[in-house]
Design a protein around this ligand. Sequence first.
Ligand SMILES: Cc1cc2nc3c(=O)[nH]c(=O)nc-3n(C[C@H](O)[C@H](O)[C@H](O)COP(=O)(O)OP(=O)(O)OC[C@H]3O[C@@H](n4cnc5c(N)ncnc54)[C@H](O)[C@@H]3O)c2cc1C
Length: 488
Amino acid sequence: MPLPYGNCGIKYLTAWRRRPVNERHEKYQIRRMTHAAFHPDFRAEPYWWLAAPPEDDRGTPLPARADFVIVGSGFAGLSAALEAARGGADVVVLDGGPLGGGASSRSGGMVSSGQKLVLTEALAGLPAAKQIAALEDSKATFEFLKELVTRENLDADLQLCGRFFGAFTPAHLATLRRNAETLHAKTGVTIRILSREEQHEEVGSNYFHGGFVVEEYGGLHPAKLNLALRNAARSAGARLFSHARVQGTQRDGAGHLVKTERGDIRATHVLFATNGYTDAADPWLRKRIVPVRSYQIATEPLPPGLMDKLIPRRRMVTDSRKELTYARPSPDGTRILLGCRPGAMPGEPEDMALALRARMLRIWPELAPLRLTHAWGGYVGMTADRIAHVAEHDGVMHAVGCNGNGVALMTYLGWHAAQLILGRTNRRAFFADIPFPAVPEPVGRSWFVPLASAAYHLRDLAANPAEVVAERLGRPGEPLTGTTSKES
Ligand SMILES: Cc1cc2nc3c(=O)[nH]c(=O)nc-3n(C[C@H](O)[C@H](O)[C@H](O)COP(=O)(O)OP(=O)(O)OC[C@H]3O[C@@H](n4cnc5c(N)ncnc54)[C@H](O)[C@@H]3O)c2cc1C
């Protein structure tokens, strides 16, 4: 009988890491070809890129100067570029990789009015006025995103389909009930609490122990949103360059010299919108961001009628695990996409894909015959205070720190950063008005993630040992019997 943690020894992983890359690659090729879970056309890249891949724009030489250089072509950078270019600035966006290749086109695409900030302890200890400002700005992020999509006619498949929050244990249902009431009281959203029996109207699964629905939340196609923002920023006059990694900045009179691998640019203003991909180009910022990987898989298209059974109202679905699960139908309603934060020892996409599939089959065993077409990962940017920040340090602006919840938030913060830089507002958002603490060393980048992930895993194990062990053993969950609301 396999042991639930049999493959996870540090010795095993260390030995594996020492193997030559081509040998590892070969092993994965073989696993991919032989494992029944993988579709023959399986790709270790985002499903989202089928409709809107990242792009290269490295043919044109970089300009020698610009009013405004933006580092990063995710939601934050592009939203800033659009706002600044519309305001008449000469804007250049630089990305170290392909345009739109960061977290923004890898995301789950779930959108809300900052429920995480409301429900975590991030605001505890702040003065009441700051807490009110935080809630107002959190709500504003979602309103801004909806308004931007409508105003700019962005093709992003935004659907306000609601979200189901499922309880991982019976005890978690009481916590979720309190969370739902807090969300309603503080942000005004419409909530509906469901028992384990009632949840089948929302999610065809016995995995959850009840939960609640927020009607106003929704989802979108993150890579299409990124592409639409690239197009909008370009039409407004911004110039976008891929494969132009910024190596550093230095003061240059009243402005800055931006040093890149494709040459230097003189700029009046610089914005770092690099979030979980923040590197040594800004050492001050790097000390404040911890990159954490999140992984996702996509199935092949479901047979007709199955989605009606699994997610009858096409909601976004998350759970109350510390190792958070997030799942959803693709915007066209044909596939299930499911994601998770990493275990203590994140691995190659194919390993993570099999681990995620095991969790997916605990929730929906009916998906066992379906193969995976895509698996991918990306980095989110965590901060020590679990709050995002948009401010200036040493003359250079930053908009970073999504803490895993950045589709609406980072789009809003990019816009706000551009407004602040160009003097188009006197109002400083909550996120612009609080100190940005460094992550204490030596916790910093190397130890924080494995330790925190291991602690999260142990907390899930303690909360529901039978479930966590069954998942690790690869045992599918109990299939749903009876009818769903659509069928009844
Ligand atoms: C798998 C996954 C699932 C997620 N699911 C959700 C979700 O469902 N809902 C939600 O709200 N959020 C989700 N998130 C988080 C959300 O996607 C991010 O918060 C958001 O996309 C961050 O946008 P950004 O513009 O700040 O950064 P990014 O999109 O990450 O862009 C940063 C860019 O900066 C570039 N860069 C970094 N350093 C340099 C340099 N020195 N020079 C040039 N370029 C540089 C990188 O190449 C990168 O392209 C998810 C994230 C991941 C990874």
